[in-house]
Design a protein around this ligand. Structure first.
Ligand SMILES: NC(=O)c1ccc[n+]([C@@H]2O[C@H](COP(=O)([O-])OP(=O)(O)OC[C@H]3O[C@@H](n4cnc5c(N)ncnc54)[C@H](O)[C@@H]3O)[C@@H](O)[C@H]2O)c1
Ligand SMILES: [Zn+2]
Length: 349
């Protein structure tokens, strides 16, 4: 029998705390209050539909990032009003990160905030987006530009639901799992590199639990991302986001882009003399074995990537902040990395 600490993780925030429970999806849904609205997508509903309809009114969005929009946000608010949801009605997000971010922003703002519950069904949502309280939608002008910090009332995790996830989406989420291993927990590399690692592996539940505990540790120390602590989670993301942007959203999965980003940023650390020599090779090998890309021809478009890294500001002789590894399992935030070294790391990756 798992101990109580194995069954849940408590996460504190400015208003109190919530529990991440490890339980079956059936128990999770059964335990939710009857005054409930469920938001999901048309893929996820195919697998859990009957379970949901017996419980509460369900609304489905189209799968994919394009649904994380002001348009869907508006429709969902109207649906809540039409179905006479009150200030006490709980909103449950059942789906990947898109459903979670969108439903969370709806919950944060409908009647100035109603209770919100997350049942993440993608690996990325389980290890990353469902924990930390960030919710929001994309604008035409950019990703995640409208949002809030709105912690859920609770989160339920059932790794068995990942069995229906397409393989490329599982691998996508694995990029974030490897990130936790690289920045905080070298011990994680053992199960991840084991023979037969995948959705059926018996250690999957424990690995997901460890990733959530690691993210919880970081976000509790820097809930609103103002202290710089949360920035260590950006390992691979400074370059990864630029790759995602330059290749075009929809042409590459987030996990694939950050996999490429992690290799470049490991190299960057080695070039700066702060990462043990050989770490880049190890990082790259782990990711390649996982089926993730480790390089991309877009890395040659140096200027385009640099300006994406600087955001709107023009890339011109400035410095960039990076979360860099000192070794596998340890990292440090480096505030001011010379642009020339970033370019050199991209050239060598
Ligand atoms: N809030 C945060 O802190 C945070 C952190 C990281 C990412 N995100 C956001 O998360 C989003 C990406 O999340 P995602 O990768 O889960 O994408 P997603 O929600 O689009 O899900 C990926 C695909 O898997 C399908 N799917 C989900 N669960 C399934 C299941 N059990 N069986 C079969 N199919 C299933 C979905 O329908 C979708 O087609 C992005 O919008 C990103 O910005 C948010
Ligand atoms: Zn990410």
């Amino acid at each position: 029998m798992p101990s109580d600490s194995m069954k849940s993780i408590q996460i504190s925030h400015r208003y109190g705390s919530y529990e991440v429970r490890f339980e079956s999806i059936d128990s999770a849904i059964e335990r939710l209050p009857s005054d409930l609205r469920i938001i999901t997508d048309t893929n996820v509903v195919q697998h859990f539909g009957p379970l949901l309809e017996a419980k509460a009114p369900v609304v489905m969005i189209d799968p994919g990032e394009q649904s994380k929009s002001l348009k869907s946000y508006g429709s969902l608010l109207s649906w809540l009003a039409k179905t006479k949801a009150s200030r006490k009605t709980m909103i449950c997000a059942l789906g990947g990160g898109v459903v979670g971010d969108l439903a969370g922003f709806v919950a944060a703002t409908y009647m100035r905030g109603v209770p919100f519950y997350q049942i993440p069904t993608s690996l990325l949502a389980q290890v990353d987006s469902s924990v930390g309280g960030k919710v929001g939608v994309d604008l035409v002008e950019g990703k995640n530009l409208a949002g809030a910090f709105y912690p859920p009332s609770g989160v339920s995790i059932d790794v068995a639901v990942l069995r229906t996830l397409p393989v490329n989406q599982f691998v996508n989420g694995m990029a974030e799992v490897w990130k936790y291993a690289f920045i905080m927990d070298a011990g994680l590399t053992e199960p991840l590199a084991a023979e037969g690692w995948g959705v059926e592996h018996p250690a999957l539940g424990e690995v997901v639990r460890r990733c959530i505990a690691l993210k919880a540790e970081v976000v509790q120390g820097d809930e609103f991302e103002t202290l710089g602590l949360r920035a260590i989670l950006n390992f691979g993301h400074t370059v990864g986001h630029a790759v995602e942007y330059a290749v075009g959203y929809g042409n590459i999965l987030h996990g694939e882009a950050i996999s490429i980003g992690m290799v470049v940023e490991a190299k960057l650390g080695e070039m700066l003399g702060m990462t043990r020599k050989g770490v880049t090779q190890e990082v790259s090998q782990y990711l390649a074995n996982q089926g993730l890309p480790t390089t991309h021809s877009i890395l040659k478009s140096e200027r385009a990537l640099l300006s994406a890294m600087y955001g709107d500001k023009k890339a011109a002789g400035g410095n960039l902040a990076f979360s860099l590894l000192s070794d596998i399992g340890r990292c440090k935030l480096v505030e001011s990395v010379p642009e020339a070294t970033v370019l050199a790391a991209m050239r060598e990756s």
